[in-house]
Ligand binder design. Structure first.
Ligand code: FAD
Length: 470
């Protein structure tokens, strides 16, 4: 049944994936209700909000939504990264530098941004809720979804209140209720496995870092636009300046953090207690860091399907494809999910087509997310390699690249074909545009269902011939 009224989407989770979907669906002319368990956006000021790296595929979506000026004023534009040994015998041990290729950035139509989580969340929230539009996004905070009826496309809140819509979107994260329910529906016996590495995340405010002799170097060119990586054995760390205040975002990967925490809980241990032998800059950052969180890196169970059997419920963002914590792409793929969903639903107001559209979403998005997830997992492995041949080989290759004036991550001598395959992969990852991808699906498949049926077409041809004869 086609109707002129917009479709009604219920989205559980008002974080990056939920807000991005709300913006794109609203722009497509639909009604959106967002349900968020936290009483304030991002859990409010009591949550120690950390940092975000956003690659060109995510950046371009925000710019295309008209947010370039606001994003730029809340971001440091990254130019590459430097790599050091994590332990270095307690001293600094530099391995090399990697600079982003301007040709790649131009082709990808985006930048590598360094932001604060809370700033990106606020910008998306304001865009979803406050930007004038003919359609509406409503948000309810402090409401926890405790039950869902996938056939009726409804959710029940802890208060007992029930909301129903034409489609239900689970953007409730890796530990969300809808992800668990979808897993139950699929009868999957698996569960998430701890990887044995936790990530501590904290901020060192600029005014504190600038007072410190060792940390001042982070503010000197070209370092101030570079991410610093410290690599293994068994541990790793990252630091970069983020947001308009240019505070230092600081992450430590450690096997010594046993707490299975979340982004809204404080770390039980001090970062200084989980460092082991390390570069003195890491220790100084840990000593000066503000409140920290401790989140485990997990091997998440893989859902067979992101769409319910009823065809009315879809998972996206971390609820569908959880990435290792602080991966380069967690934010960009959540934004891509929203962009793709909104673009495809710009073509229909027909509730009977929801199932077909949600299935097409999964068919297009799943292989891409799986491909990126695999490479993110390999970066975590490379970051914290144990002592041994693999680690020695990695370090030797980096030092050789640096000595030869090459990017530190270049992987040596390649044939023309290998180089061209690597470039194609980078183009595919960073150059991707979800709106183009969704439009391609529409032109190739989606619109065919809206085309006249064979019978209609025959009738139209007949009346056209009649007209000509008249
Ligand atoms: C408060 C917070 C702070 C974060 N800070 C950082 C950071 O500093 N750096 C970083 O790299 N990553 C951070 N992350 C993780 C990052 O947001 C995600 O990896 C990425 O944004 C994509 O996530 P998502 O939107 O799919 O899901 P998430 O960001 O995990 O959001 C899920 C949302 O669903 C809500 N929710 C869950 N269950 C229910 C329910 N039953 N009813 C209603 N609402 C529900 C949650 O409260 C949350 O807002 C943070 C996540 C959160 C929730």
């Amino acid at each position: 049944m086609t109707r002129e009224t917009p479709l009604r989407f219920i989205i559980v989770g008002a974080s990056i994936g939920g807000l991005a979907s709300a913006i794109a669906l609203r722009d497509a002319g639909h009604e959106v209700l967002l349900l968020e368990q936290e009483s304030q956006l991002g859990g409010g000021d009591s949550v120690p909000s950390g940092g975000v790296r956003l690659p060109p595929n995510g950046c371009k979506i925000l710019f295309d939504w008209g947010l370039e000026a606001e994003i730029r004023s809340n971001a440091v534009v990254g130019s590459g990264f430097t790599v050091y040994k994590y332990d270095g015998g307690g001293k600094r041990d530099y391995l090399g530098t990697n600079r982003w290729d301007p040709e790649l950035l131009a082709e990808a139509r985006g930048l590598f941004l360094q932001m604060r989580h809370k700033d990106l969340l606020r910008i998306l929230y304001d865009t979803a809720v406050k930007r004038p539009s003919t359609s509406k996004v409503s948000v309810e905070f402090g409401v926890t979804v405790v039950d869902a009826d996938f056939d009726a496309c409804s959710v029940t809140l802890a208060s007992g209140k029930v909301y129903a819509g034409d489609a239900l979107i689970g953007a409730d994260g890796a530990f969300g209720y809808l992800r668990r329910r979808m897993n139950q529906e699929q009868g999957s016996p698996g569960e998430d496995q701890l990887r044995g590495l936790a990530v501590y995340s904290a901020i060192v405010p600029k005014e504190v870092a600038m007072q410190d002799d060792q940390l001042q170097e982070l503010y000197q060119d070209p370092q101030r636009r570079m991410v610093t990586f410290w690599m293994g054995p068994n541990r790793g760390a990252q630091a970069f300046l983020a947001g308009k205040d240019e505070d230092v975002v600081f992450w430590v990967y450690t096997p010594d953090g046993a707490q299975d925490g979340t982004w809204t809980q404080s770390a039980e241990k001090k970062i200084t207690d989980v460092l082991g032998t390390c570069d003195p800059v890491i220790r100084r950052l840990a000593e000066l860091a503000g409140p920290a969180t401790c989140v485990q890196i997990k091997n998440y169970l893989e859902l067979e399907s992101w769409v319910s059997r009823s065809g009315k419920v879809l998972l996206l963002g971390e609820a569908a494809h959880p990435f290792p914590i602080i991966s380069l792409h967690t934010y960009s793929v959540a934004l891509e999910d929203g962009g793709f969903l909104g673009k495809m639903f710009s073509h229909t107001r027909n509730p009977d087509r929801v199932e077909e559209f949600l299935s097409a979403f999964q068919e297009h998005r799943k292989p891409r997310c799986a491909h990126i997830n695999l490479s993110e997992k390999s970066y975590v492995e490379a970051m914290a390699l144990p002592d041994g041949e693999a680690q020695e080989g990695r370090d030797a290759a980096m030092r050789a690249n640096e000595a030869a004036g090459r990017n530190v991550m270049d992987s040596g001598d390649h044939s023309e074909e290998e180089l061209s395959a690597m470039w194609d992969d980078m183009r595919m990852v960073f150059g991707y545009d979800p709106a183009d991808d969704a439009e391609e699906w529409w032109l190739k498949w989606g619109r065919l269902r809206d085309a006249p049926t064979a019978l209609d077409a025959k009738a139209m041809r007949y009346s056209y011939i009649q007209d000509l004869r008249a």
